[in-house]
Each structure stands twice: as C-alpha cells, then as structure tokens.
Write a protein that binds this ligand. Structure first.
Ligand SMILES: CC(C)(COP(=O)(O)OP(=O)(O)OC[C@H]1O[C@@H](n2cnc3c(N)ncnc32)[C@H](O)[C@@H]1OP(=O)(O)O)[C@@H](O)C(=O)NCCC(=O)NCCS
Length: 181
C-alpha cells in the first residue's frame, strides 16, 4: 500500500497535511459552527487540538491504511479528505471530508471524493469503502452517491446534535465489484 500519495484531478490537488496547515484548518473548520452542524465532531475546535490532529495525521503516514489529504484548488487550501479505521482483515475503510464553507456548491467534494474512492479501491486494493452522514446532510449524501456509494442503512437516533437532540445517521458503502461493474 502506498498510503497518502499526491493525487491530481481536473481542478484539485490532494496532498499530505503539514504543520503549516494548522492555522487555516483551525480557522476554517474549527471556528465555523456550520462546519460541524451535521458532523457533531470537531477535532479543530482549538489551535492545540488542531495541532494534535495534524500531528496524528502526519504520524499516520508511516502506517498502512492511514489516509489524510489537504484539498487544494490552485494555491488555495479548500478542505480536507481522508480515510480512517482501516480494517485489514475485512479490507474496509471509512471515508470522510470537509470543504470550507466559502467553496461549497462548486462540485469540489464530489471531485475529491470520486478521486479518493477510485484510489482506495483500484490502487490501494481496498475492497470496501464506507461512510456515514447525518440524515439531514443532503449535500454529503449526494457527494457519496456521486462517488458510487449506495445507502445501506439508517441508524435511528445514532447522532447527537450540538443542541443535545438526536438525529438519524445514514450509512453508505461501495465494494470493489460495484466499482468495476
Ligand atoms: C457536505 C460538503 C462536503 C459538500 O461539499 P460541496 O463541495 O459543497 O459539495 P458539491 O459541490 O460536490 O455538491 C454535491 C451535490 O450536493 C448538493 N449540495 C451541496 N450542499 C448542499 C446542501 N447544503 N443542501 C442540499 N444540497 C447540497 C450540490 O448542489 C450538489 O448537487 P448536484 O450533484 O445535484 O449538483 C460540505 O457542505 C461540507 O464540508 N460540509 C460540512 C462538513 C460535512 O458535513 N462533511 C461531511 C460529513 S458526512
């Protein structure tokens, strides 16, 4: 496995994260409540937690099955995409991504997710890529569908919202035989 290699697509460059990215990740992902509205999880909330997350990602580059990319469009950092919880026995991995709010609605998540799903299944030879999203996260559900993932289930009230209420969680997945057919 080659891990987090640089990937280029039509408009985007996916590259490894560095400590120079800490400030922008904290500012764009950690300080905007819109970014965690549907994820209910914020490792970028403080500069310190962002630095720890980035250091963990960098350390992960030495291990099999750890994927963490910065998404760039030209010179601009516009988001992150990664794959986590690699299970070598099951040859499966979980996909996740965020695009900074000022770049929403331009097809960037769709483009990045499509590239990463292709890379994980075809180049890294991982059999199954799965993902979850908040039942109200219509944009993310479309991104996953565009990348070829099918909705496989719905976990009822499996997510806790920032206001303490519960919401359903959609589960998506794709396996290699779907991808090549
Ligand atoms: C979800 C997210 C990644 C989408 O990024 P994006 O670059 O705006 O997505 P795209 O431009 O590729 O849009 C894909 C589709 O979703 C639609 N869409 C995007 N945001 C939407 C929204 N808020 N409501 C409804 N549809 C939306 C787009 O119109 C597009 O539809 P189309 O394929 O019919 O044209 C982005 O909103 C985000 O980072 N949100 C916060 C973090 C997050 O939720 N991450 C995912 C966790 S599961």
């Amino acid at each position: 496995m080659n891990g987090t290699v640089q990937i280029s697509s039509k408009r985007l460059l996916l590259r490894r994260v560095t400590l120079k990215d800490v400030d922008i990740l904290h500012h764009e992902l950690g300080c905007n409540p819109e970014m965690i509205r549907y994820t209910c999880w914020n490792p970028y909330a403080t500069l310190e937690s962002t630095r720890i997350k980035v250091e963990n990602d960098i350390q992960g580059y030495g291990k099999a099955g750890c994927y963490a990319w910065i998404i760039q469009c030209g010179e601009n950092v516009i988001g992150t995409i990664g794959a986590y919880e690699y299970d070598p026995e099951m040859s499966s991995i979980e996909l996740g991504y965020s695009i900074f709010q000022k770049y929403w609605g331009q097809g960037f998540a769709t483009e990045a997710a499509g590239e990463v799903v292709r890379y994980l299944i075809m180049d890294e030879r991982i059999n199954r890529v799965h993902a979850w999203c908040h039942a109200d996260n219509a944009g993310s559900a479309k991104v996953l569908a565009h990348a070829g993932l099918k909705q496989e289930g719905l976990l009822r009230q499996a997510m806790k919202n920032p206001d303490g209420s519960y919401s359903d969680q959609k589960i998506f997945g794709i396996v290699r035989e779907d991808y090549i057919s």
